[in-house]
Write a protein that binds this ligand. Structure first.
Ligand SMILES: [Fe+2]
Length: 314
């Protein structure tokens, strides 16, 4: 059972599960925040990884101001374009997901049909993925379109010491299919791929020093540096499966005015995963805070094999 925890200023943090997710109340995101309030939000993010703010009828400018409290913002996406007047904002429609997952099983293709379960860490195809993602509900259906989150620190922590010792020093290439991800020329002149990066399989959180698994759980590509194919597949399959055990999870049901921040350095997410089954309008707007090069327990830093780093906007 969750209990509201009174904090030093005016905000309350109500955890949703023992390991991930909390609702934050007592804030009006149309207003600038005091430094001590920002510090509390940062602490809550380190503690709960995903924060949900309800009934925030805010503008694009309010969302951008809120994001900048956590660090410099990036363009909307390395490949997709942002809004013409706000290049930091990525607007997504439910139909985007329906189109992306549409397959015709009767048409032969060079690769099999895409069959991802949707679980991912945002933009790990670049060497410096975003640190935080901030998603705002603009148009929300009465049901459907939930977002699922999992705590990758808890997933790492509960592995046996033997498996931790095995994976702590591993790196993987993400991933063969990323070579395909080259988009049309961008408005801002950045190159839209291809992107391929080398990452540590275990990541040390830059603020807390805690270790987490660090690979998109729903991916099927990627290989561990130095390992034979079957060895690599077996270990990645284990890591991906452990990442999304139900006990590490938290599910957000959206309502108009809901805003969610997640720590992309300690979680993975999936969603919406249910739009193949019904049609309803759902529009969300996302911004992302720039991230550093992920670091492994042995000091290894991610680096690109193909493509440029994802810089801040400006
Ligand atoms: Fe995402």
């Amino acid at each position: 059972m969750s209990a509201a925890v009174k904090t030093q200023t005016t905000i309350q943090i109500a955890p949703a599960t023992p390991v991930i997710g909390a609702e934050v109340t007592g804030l009006d995101l149309r207003q600038p925040l005091k430094p001590e309030t920002v510090a509390e939000i940062r602490q809550a993010l380190n503690d709960w990884k995903v924060l949900v703010f309800r009934d925030q009828e805010i503008s694009d400018e309010d969302q951008l101001r809120f994001g900048r409290y956590l660090g410099p913002l990036t363009p909307a996406h390395p490949i997709a374009e942002g809004l013409p007047d706000h290049p930091e904002i990525w607007e997504r429609h439910a139909s985007d997901y329906v189109e992306r997952n549409r397959v015709d099983l009767n048409i032969p293709t060079a690769r099999g049909p895409r069959d991802s379960n949707g679980w991912h860490i945002d933009i790990t195809f670049v060497a410096n993925p975003s640190s935080y993602s901030i998603l705002r509900g603009v148009e929300i259906p009465p049901y459907g379109g939930d977002t699922l989150f999992t705590n990758l620190q808890a997933a790492y922590e509960n592995l046996s010491p033997q498996i931790k010792a095995l994976i702590d020093g591993l790196q993987y290439v993400n991933g063969a299919s990323a070579y395909d991800m080259q988009g049309p020329p961008r408005r801002d002149g950045r190159k839209a791929g291809p992107f391929v990066s080398v990452h540590p399989l275990v990541r040390v959180h830059p603020m807390t020093g805690k270790k987490s698994l660090f690979i998109s759980p729903g991916g099927r590509s990627g290989h561990i540096v130095g390992m034979k194919q079957r060895e690599s597949e077996a270990i990645l399959d284990l890591v991906r499966g452990e990442s999304i055990r139900p006990e590490y999870g938290f599910r957000v049901h959206w309502a108009p005015g809901t805003l969610v921040i997640w720590d992309n350095q300690a979680t993975a997410h999936a969603g919406p995963i249910d739009y193949a089954h019904f049609s309803a309008k759902r529009v969300v707007r996302r911004i992302t805070v720039a991230g550093e090069l992920p670091q492994g327990p042995d000091g290894f830093r991610s680096h690109p094999l193909e493509g440029e780093l994802f810089d801040v906007i400006g």
